[in-house]
Ligand binder design. Structure first.
Ligand code: FAD
Length: 340
């Protein structure tokens, strides 16, 4: 399967929005997998729709769930969606890949979709490789640009290089990095709706439950401002310094993996290769050295500020503004000055 995908690697120090490539075509017939929860469309689906619209051609949205009707209505109003396929079944309630992947394959087979798109989220990453395997094609994951109907741009080596990947497969199964594409908006015109084909629901796994951290603070994945703390914070209590500053500027709080692994904060705050990918207008890294795995999650931020007592810390190489200072002096001072 992998032999059908060729890649040429373009080394690039820092991926920026300006370096992303777009193209439009007319032959694409794309299926967009719609992620949704509690009646709301997942943000990454809106970004994936924009990517699908860049391809040209038509976009059909698949909304699966135990009660997907209301979400389907909203999806039908999104710009570029020409049809909505509705799959109503309790087996689709929690997006278990064992059940949803056969549904995607059945829909592809019935409607001859040339492309399947989803957000590169935990859900998308869970379902799409399985769906690709069922269709016997290679998945193209985490794209940040589209050069043509078969050619996509994606980061590799934790974002240190950008690969342009050409897929020779008949069906392109693609997950889309949300921060690389604007969110699609409602267009006002309602798309037609029809039932999705029936598919196997092998029930190989069972949904047991989930624990979700509730917070009144801005969502880390979509916040315009993020303040992250690293191992330099020393302990979890000291994160209150970051929360005080974040409250003053309406920012979300994030963390490095070292801070998460040390138990300072919950792992839902982790930014980086194995955490959340963020691209806010302002990213403030406090007591974070700037390991490549951390940079992979934040280096597309518009303005990066680093506070670190070590002038040689690698974070300063990507920072637009750097402050070499003890964070326990710098952060309270900053909070106080902003309060005035
Ligand atoms: C497969 C893999 C995946 C990974 N995924 C991720 C990921 O998703 N996200 C991630 O973050 N990491 C990830 N890592 C870990 C990564 O390699 C680093 O270990 C981690 O990012 C380091 O976190 P840190 O910068 O907080 O800690 P450190 O590297 O220990 O840096 C702490 C920094 O704090 C500064 N400091 C200390 N005290 C103060 C003070 N009082 N005032 C100011 N500055 C101070 C120090 O100078 C230092 O630069 C991954 C690693 C692997 C192998």
């Amino acid at each position: 399967m992998l032999s059908s995908t060729t890649s040429r690697i373009v080394l690039q120090a820092r991926a920026t929005l300006a370096q992303r490539f777009y193209a439009t075509g007319t032959g694409a017939n794309t299926l967009l997998y719609v992620e949704h929860k509690d009646g709301a469309i997942g943000g990454a689906t809106l970004n994936a729709l924009t990517a699908a619209n860049k391809l040209g051609g038509s976009v059909t949205a698949l909304v699966a769930g135990d009660a997907p009707e209301a979400v389907a209505k909203e999806v039908g109003k999104l710009a570029g969606v020409s049809k909505v396929l509705l799959a109503k079944d309790a087996a689709y309630a929690n997006a278990l890949p064992e059940n949803v992947a056969p549904l995607l394959a059945a829909a592809q087979s019935q409607f001859n979709f040339t492309h399947l798109f989803a957000g590169h989220t935990a859900v998308g990453k869970n379902i799409f490789p399985r769906a690709a395997a069922l269709m016997d094609v290679a998945a193209v994951s985490d794209i940040v640009g589209i050069e043509g109907e078969d050619t996509f741009v994606r980061p590799i080596y934790a974002g240190n290089a950008i690969a342009t990947v050409k897929s020779n497969d008949k069906i392109k199964v693609v997950t889309v990095r949300g921060t690389a594409f604007e969110a699609a908006a409602a267009s006002g015109d309602a798309a037609s709706e029809e039932s999705a084909p029936t598919a196997d629901k092998p029930a190989l796994t069972q949904w047991v439950g989930e624990e979700i951290q509730k917070s009144d603070r801005p969502d880390l994945g979509t916040a315009k401002r993020v303040i992250s703390g690293g191992r330099g914070m020393k302990n979890g209590e000291n994160f209150s310094l970051l929360y005080d500053l974040a409250d003053k500027i309406g920012a979300a709080v994030g963390a490095s993996r070292a801070a998460v692994d040390a138990g300072f904060v919950d792992n839902s705050l982790q930014v980086g290769q194995t955490g959340k990918i963020v691209a806010p207008e302002l990213y403030v890294a406090v007591g974070i050295s700037g390991a490549i795995q951390h940079l992979a999650g934040m280096k597309d931020s518009k303005t990066i500020v680093a506070i670190n007592k070590d002038a040689d810390a690698p974070i300063f190489q990507v920072a637009d503004y750097g402050l070499v200072k003890d964070l326990f002096e710098a952060v309270p001072e900053l909070t106080e000055k902003i309060s005035k």
